[in-house]
Design a binder for this molecule. Structure first.
Ligand SMILES: [Zn+2]
Length: 207
């Protein structure tokens, strides 16, 4: 089954805490804009080597042998900014191995996917504007008559995945591997993706 970028982007958008604040007719544009930002960033990098990319940007790579855990979420890799624009990406070997196994990927491929994804987070913070801040704000509930606004953080994930897909020439957005993993571990039901896709087709009328 080939899943479109729009569908996989939509699954990501749906996880946003403010998803319900996005006017339904605007959902698609958040997805397509985020996808374009990620693809555009991939077309701007001057190397096809992930190692060169990190060297050029002086981003330190830190490997942790065990699996990462943050609250109840599995952590596989994480970008952090240090003082004076220093940057590092930490990855958790065991978590990446588990993902590779469930997705039928080699460890090396799975690692590249995570490093490319985190590189995009570096890029949006250091070289551009965070994706969620580039896109339209949503209106939050008024407090004592004051209108507040929020940004859609998940658009940054959609863009990072689009960057990764384009940079590594993957057949689909790599968040598909996350869902496959969660179905393997039974954290999601085995037919979750099929059901989600059917619901998307009903709702949006597209593949
Ligand atoms: Zn991310």
């Amino acid at each position: 089954m080939a899943y479109s970028d729009e569908f996989l982007g939509y699954l990501e958008l749906k996880q946003d805490l403010l998803f319900n604040k996005i006017p339904p007719e605007a959902r698609k544009s958040y997805i397509t804009q985020a996808l374009e930002i990620g693809q555009e960033a991939a077309s701007q990098v001057s190397t096809a080597s992930i190692t060169r990319l990190y060297e050029q940007a002086s981003i330190k790579i830190v490997k942790v042998e065990k699996s990462g855990q943050l609250f109840k979420t599995k952590l596989r890799a994480q970008y952090e900014e240090g003082p004076n624009h220093t940057a590092k990406v930490t990855y958790y070997k065991e978590s990446i191995e588990n993902l590779a196994r469930s997705g039928g990927l080699s460890y090396d491929q799975a690692l590249k996917i995570h490093l490319a994804h985190e590189f995009f987070h570096y890029w949006e913070m250091e070289k551009a504007t965070p994706v969620n801040e580039q896109l339209a704000k949503v209106k939050l509930t008024k407090v004592f008559g004051w209108q507040r606004y929020g940004t859609i953080l998940r658009t940054s994930e959609i863009a990072a995945n689009a960057f990764t897909k384009a940079f590594l020439k993957l057949p689909f957005l790599p968040n598909l591997y996350d869902y496959q993993y969660l179905m393997t571990t039974k954290e999601l039901p085995a037919d979750w993706l099929t059901q989600a896709h059917a619901a998307y087709q009903d709702e949006v009328g597209e593949n």
